[in-house]
Design a protein around this ligand. Structure first.
Ligand code: SF4
Length: 191
């Protein structure tokens, strides 16, 4: 499913429940969340994601006193933030680093370092990294992570969003609009 749709799920739940207060969210049962997810087709895997959402709400209440920003406040290290995100049900390395990356890059949340924010490669990022020649044409996702670390060890994930956007906008699977692509002059165009 599209990233925009996935990231909008909390907002849609807020609209449906009429509140985003943690106590109100925690008062909704797992069965009710399953009903909300299924009735509104919030996700492809509605029962699983309803359970992930339900567990996350209760984790935030229990571990962070209902305040999720405690995960990243106080100038936390990037490793601490990624670690905390990893503890949520359904979260893996890719989601944990992506969430930390969005906080740092988009919301300008200050961390004490950015070393542990890896690139979170998907098909778009892999395609762009291969075509630009930053990795070999048959490189896998792990190779992309290590190349990004080599390119910018202080913040490996800094190129994540740029590669993703280039892949979604110009560097499409079946068509490369190199003339209009913002990195046209620097790309090796290995097509
Ligand atoms: S210049 Fe062409 S091949 Fe290179 S990233 Fe842009 S669209 Fe893709």
């Amino acid at each position: 499913m599209k990233a925009e749709r996935a990231w909008s799920i909390p907002y849609r739940i807020k609209s449906i429940i009429g509140s985003f207060d943690i106590d109100d969210l925690a008062s909704v049962s797992l069965d009710s969340y399953k009903e909300i997810f299924n009735n509104n087709t919030l996700h492809r895997f509605n029962d699983t994601m309803a359970s992930v959402f339900y567990e996350a709400v209760h984790d935030i209440k229990a571990k962070y006193n209902g305040d999720a920003s405690r995960i990243w406040s106080n100038n936390s290290s990037s490793a601490k933030v990624a670690y905390d995100f990893l503890q949520f049900k359904g979260s893996g390395k890719k989601i944990a680093t992506m969430a930390a990356n969005i906080l740092a890059r988009q919301f300008k949340v200050p961390f004490s370092d950015y070393y542990s924010i890896d690139i979170s490669p998907d098909v778009h990022i892999l395609r762009v990294m291969r075509r630009t020649g930053l990795v070999s044409y048959d490189a896998d996702l792990d190779s992309v992570i290590y190349r990004a670390r080599e390119l910018n060890p202080e913040f490996p994930g800094i190129i994540d969003f740029s590669c993703w956007e280039i892949g979604r906008t110009w560097c499409r699977p079946n068509h490369s609009n190199c003339e209009e692509c913002i990195i046209c002059n620097d790309c090796k165009k290995i097509l």
